[in-house]
Design a protein around this ligand. Structure first.
Ligand code: TNX
Length: 532
C-alpha cells in the first residue's frame, strides 16, 4: 500500500495493524530543541483536520537521533540558508505508538509533516487510525522553493503567511520574494524613503499598492523560520526598474524609451546605467537596507532578467559589480539565468527559466500574430541569447536552480477542466494567455535531470523552484487557485528521487483536498483527480 504522502518518501514499509491518534494521545519531547516543532505539529494537526492531541499525554515520541538514516543518501544541491541542516528523518508507527527522529530539529519537523499528512488523510470523528508503517526519508535537493511576485499584485502579510503554511505542508523550504519590479517597490530601504513613499504606491493597472514594513517583514521571516522556510529577497536589477525611476527620477536615463503593446500597456526599455556613479551609491544603499531584514538567507537574488534595451556589455558590467557588492556583504548571489552572460563565480546560483521550446513558439504564426510587431524582434533576440545561458552557467562552474516555464510557472493557465463547473470562469480568466496551459499531470511528468539540455546530473543542480507571477492574479483566492494543487507536484520534483507514477500520484493527491478544505484554502478542482 502506498501512503498518501507528498512528496513521496524515499522508502516506506507498511504492515496491517493500526495505531489510533487523537483523544488521549499526545507528544513526548525527548530533546529540548524539539519543543517548538512539537507545538507547531499539534497546532497544525488541529488546523488540518478535526484531530486534537492531548497535552501532557504520550503516544508520539520525538527525539534528535541519527540512527538508521544511512539508507537514504544526503541531499544534493545548496541550501538557501547555507546551514548544515540534514533533513533526513525516520518515522515509525507501530501498534504501540509513533516515533519520529532525525539529526536536526528541521529533520524532525519534516518527519512530523509526514505524520500530519497521514493523520489528516485518516481523520474521522476526531480520531485517525494510522496504518503501521516505517518511513525513512530525505530530500533529493536542498533548495526547494516558490518564487512569488508581490509587485504586480501586492499580497498582504496574512496572504503570504497562508502561502508559507502551504510550503511547510509540502516540505518546501524557500520562499523567494520578488520584491521590486516596474510596477512597484515593496521593501523599506531606510536611507531611500521615496522607494516606498512613492515607488510602492501602485501595482498593475488600478490595483492597490503597498509594501512590507520592517516590522512586518521581521514577522514574516520569523513565521517562515518557525516552519523551516528561508525567505530569500529579490531586488530585480538592472531592468524592471520603473518604480525606482518614479521614486528617484534622477536615476532614470535621460531619454525614456518603451515598446508600445497596443493594448494600453507598454514594455519599458529603461535600465540602471552602470556608467553612472550615483547608480552605485543607490545599489549599495539598497543592499545595506534590505540584507539585514533577511537574516536567515545566505543569498540575495539580484534579478538580472529581461534587461530590455540594454547593451550586453552594460548588462554584464552591471551584474558583475552588483554581485561583487553582494559578496562583499557576506552574502551569496542568485539571479535569473541572464546573469550567466556576465563573468559570475562558481558560488553564484543561476535560476533557469527560459526553455528553448519558447523560442520555437515564437516561430509559430499563431503566437507571433498575438504580439505587437515591435516586440517580436526583441523577444526573438532575447530567446536566442537565452539558449547559451545554461552552457555558460555550467562553464562558470555555477549550479542551477530549476524553474522551467513549461512545468513550474504557476501563472500558466490550468489545462484540464475543473470538476466544479463554477470554477470554469476563473480557470479561463486566470493565467497568462501566451503560456501553454499546464495540467497537474504535466507538473509531475518530468525529471530535474532531463528537462534542461546539458543538465544530466544532480551535481549541476541546487534545487527546484516554482514561480508565480501576478499579472493576471488579482486576489488571494486567485493566487491560491493557481498554487493548489500544483505546489505538491513541485515539491515532489524537488524532494523525491524516484520517477512519479501518475495513477499513484493522483491517488496520493486526492485525500489532500480534505486538509485544504479544513484550512479554507482555495484550490483548483482539476478533473484529472478523483478528489476525496
Ligand atoms: C518573465 S520570469 C518575467 C516576469 C514576468 C513573467 C511572466 C522572469 C525572470 N521575468 O517579469 O512576470 O515572465 O510569467
Amino acid at each position: 500500500m502506498n501512503l498518501p504522502l507528498i512528496p513521496a518518501p524515499a522508502t516506506t514499509a507498511t504492515a496491517d495493524e493500526t495505531f489510533v491518534v487523537g483523544g488521549t494521545v499526545g507528544v513526548v519531547v525527548q530533546s529540548p530543541e524539539l519543543a517548538g516543532p512539537a507545538a507547531r505539529f499539534i497546532e497544525d494537526v488541529r488546523l488540518d483536520s478535526d484531530v486534537v492531541l492531548s497535552r501532557e499525554a504520550t503516544g508520539i515520541t520525538v527525539l534528535i537521533d541519527s540512527t538508521g538514516l544511512d539508507e537514504v543518501a544526503p541531499a544534493a544541491g545548496l541550501r538557501a540558508d547555507n546551514a548544515n541542516a540534514d533533513e533526513r528523518y525516520r518515522l515509525e508507527i507501530t501498534g504501540e505508538g509513533v516515533r519520529v527522529w532525525g539529526p536536526t530539529a528541521e529533520a524532525v519537523h519534516r518527519g512530523l509533516t509526514s505524520l500530519r499528512q497521514l493523520i489528516a488523510a485518516h481523520a474521522q470523528d476526531g480520531l485517525a487510525a494510522l496504518p503501521t508503517a516505517r518511513v525513512v526519508d530525505g530530500p533529493r535537493f536542498a533548495w526547494r522553493g516558490l518564487s512569488m511576485d508581490v509587485v504586480r499584485t501586492f499580497h498582504a502579510p496574512d496572504v503570504v503567511r497562508r502561502v508559507i503554511d502551504m510550503l511547510s505542508l509540502y516540505k518546501l523550504n524557500v520562499l523567494h520574494l520578488h520584491l521590486t519590479d516596474d510596477q512597484g517597490w515593496r521593501v523599506e530601504v531606510p536611507s531611500r524613503p521615496m522607494l516606498t513613499d512613492v515607488g510602492a504606491k501602485g501595482a498593475i493597472g488600478d490595483r492597490p499598492g503597498g509594501y512590507y514594513t520592517q516590522d512586518e517583514l521581521a514577522e514574516l521571516v520569523a513565521y517562515a523560520a518557525e516552519r523551516f522556510v528561508t525567505v530569500v529577497p529579490e531586488i530585480d536589477m538592472p531592468g524592471h526598474t520603473t518604480a525606482v525611476f518614479s521614486a528617484y527620477p534622477e536615476l532614470a536615463p535621460a531619454e525614456l524609451r518603451s515598446v508600445d503593446l497596443g493594448n494600453g500597456t507598454s514594455i519599458p526599455l529603461n535600465t540602471l546605467d552602470p556608467e553612472r556613479p550615483e547608480i552605485w551609491s543607490f545599489v549599495e544603499d539598497v543592499l545595506d537596507g534590505v540584507i539585514p531584514q533577511f537574516p536567515q538567507s545566505a543569498y540575495v537574488h539580484i534579478g538580472g532578467d529581461e534587461a530590455w534595451g540594454m547593451a550586453d556589455e552594460a548588462h554584464a558590467a552591471f551584474v558583475e559589480r552588483t554581485a561583487a557588492l553582494v559578496r562583499a556583504r557576506g552574502k551569496r548571489v542568485v539571479g535569473w539565468q541572464e546573469i550567466a552572460r556576465a563573468s559570475i563565480s562558481s558560488d553564484d546560483v543561476v535560476q533557469y527559466w527560459l526553455e528553448p521550446r519558447q523560442l520555437d513558439s515564437m516561430d509559430d504564426d499563431a503566437v507571433s500574430s498575438t504580439l505587437p510587431p515591435d516586440l517580436l524582434p526583441v523577444l526573438v533576440e532575447h530567446m536566442k541569447k537565452a539558449e547559451q545561458d545554461v552552457p555558460r552557467a555550467l562553464a562558470h562552474g555555477s549550479r542551477l536552480l530549476l524553474s522551467p516555464v513549461s512545468r513550474l510557472y504557476f501563472d500558466s493557465p490550468h489545462a484540464a477542466e475543473s470538476s466544479d463547473p463554477a470554477q470554469e470562469e476563473l480557470r479561463k480568466r486566470v493565467g497568462l494567455p501566451f503560456y501553454t496551459p499546464i495540467s497537474v499531470r504535466d507538473g509531475i511528468d518530468w525529471n530535474p535531470t532531463g528537462i534542461t539540455p546539458g543538465v544530466d546530473s544532480d551535481a549541476q543542480i541546487v534545487g527546484v523552484e516554482a514561480a508565480i507571477w501576478c499579472e493576471t492574479i488579482t486576489t488571494p483566492e486567485e493566487l491560491e487557485f493557481m498554487l493548489l494543487p500544483r505546489l505538491p507536484g513541485a515539491s515532489e520534483k524537488g524532494w523525491s528521487r524516484t520517477p512519479t507514477d501518475w495513477p499513484d500520484y493522483a491517488s496520493r493527491l486526492a485525500p489532500h483536498s480534505t486538509t485544504w478544505r479544513h484550512r479554507d484554502w482555495t484550490w483548483f478542482q482539476s478533473s484529472e483527480i478523483d478528489w476525496a
